[in-house]
Design a protein around this ligand. Sequence first.
Ligand code: URA
Length: 241
Amino acid sequence: MTAAEKFKVTNLLNIASDSLFRGYYSSEKNYQLEDDAPPQSLLTANCSPLLSLEQIADEIRACINCPLCETRTNAAPGEGVTEPLVMVIGEGPGRDEDEQGRPFVGRAGQLLDKMLDSIGLSRNSNCFIANVIKCRPPNNRDPYPEETSACAHFLEQQIALLKPKFILVAGRIAAQTLLKTTEPIGKLRGKFTEFETGGMTIPLLVIYHPAALLRNEDLKRPTWEDLKLLRSRLDESKGKN
Ligand code: URA
């Protein structure tokens, strides 16, 4: 069986129980990959990664699993190094990211780069940057749960391949999606959580979204504290190796 065939079969098996999806997609158009295959669903924790990073990016760019495919200019699969110390996960592409097909390249992205740089991190040397959804929601509205569900397997596969040592989550939507919670971001930030995915346990830290920092200066100080916390955990882990 080829990797692509395995991927299809895995998806078919995983999809069987995804009733949320079925309700959503049974109406109106069929947002499906090809033939009559049901839309892709979450991969289970034990699924091994079947595609390369570039293959996942190709799948993302070709994806028609949710209505955002109709309004996107470009999907933004993610970018950075292939063995990242830190994987940064944001919400989803905005206007600039949609135009360029790259994550975090607008004003918030430039601030994110500066924040990372302040603690010795960069997408060019030791980070990979991605989002929970890969296509821009119209007018930058919050993604619908059906859209984050439709996209979740891409992020899971990216994490499984990249095996980041740490995950840094930017903003409420990404934090609530990954941690499967409705707790406010004020309660989620400022402490490490053990994030379990694909048989791995990865230390995860939530910070306020850089776009929120641009709107509210008061968030800068707690965010700086959070970045220092990450830096000290990185230093500790270096000492252990
Ligand atoms: N905001 C995000 O959450 N992600 C991006 O890629 C850009 C802005």
